[in-house]
Design a protein around this ligand. Structure first.
Ligand SMILES: [Zn+2]
Length: 197
């Protein structure tokens, strides 16, 4: 809330309430959790899953980088120790794969770029639609359009390479590129109990 003062969050935004709205009883109905990266606005609300032994998948490099930055005093990264502490435990699943197909139609892919261990998630729905959830790879559609990212960038070279790959996927697989931080995009996404089909 201090970092993003325009953000409003209430009890309705809790992961339990949002999942119940789509008829899933957390954490038992959840098979696994994927975290794109560990920045403070992406790594909260993991605790209910950790208590119930749901695998939580994060890139090993992301965890190493976040812990390293925090141990050095927290400068240079939007990481918060209170988000990382609940990750400790036997169901934390750190991966080093570039591409990991978790189940048919759901895969995570390492991208780096935004942070050292950033990953995106590709989902093919029952209706045959292909979505790529880009985490913070882009904050705004404009970054994707002009292939430039002004801030919060860990590796510019890595970032530029993957942008082109995303554009191939968008063109060749008709992938819908989901960007999280744009208010205009956000207003168009369905709200629970509706969902992307
Ligand atoms: Zn981020």
């Amino acid at each position: 809330m201090e970092a993003f003062p325009i953000t409003k969050i209430s009890g309705e935004n809790s992961i339990e309430k949002q999942l119940r709205a789509i008829d899933l009883a957390p954490p038992g109905d959840v098979s696994f959790v994927v975290i794109s990266h560990l920045h403070l606005d992406h790594a909260g609300q993991v605790r209910p899953f950790m208590d119930e032994k749901v695998p939580v998948i994060v890139q090993k490099r992301e965890l190493q980088s976040a812990l390293s930055m925090l141990w050095q005093g927290g400068k240079g990264g939007a990481y918060d120790m209170s988000d990382l502490m609940p990750l400790r435990g036997p169901n934390l699943t750190p991966i080093s794969d570039n591409y990991f197909e978790i189940v048919d139609g759901v895969a995570v892919e390492f991208t780096g770029g935004h942070t050292a261990g950033h990953q995106v998630m590709h989902v093919e729905t029952r209706n045959g639609n292909f979505y790529t959830f880009t985490g913070d790879y882009m904050h705004l559609p404009r970054e994707y359009e002009i292939e430039a990212k002004g801030w919060l960038l860990s590796d510019a070279d890595e970032w530029h390479s993957y942008i082109r790959k995303l554009k191939v996927m968008e063109r060749a697989r008709k992938a819908r590129i989901v960007i999280s931080h744009d208010p205009e995009f956000w207003s168009k996404y369905p709200r629970a109990p509706k969902f992307l089909e």
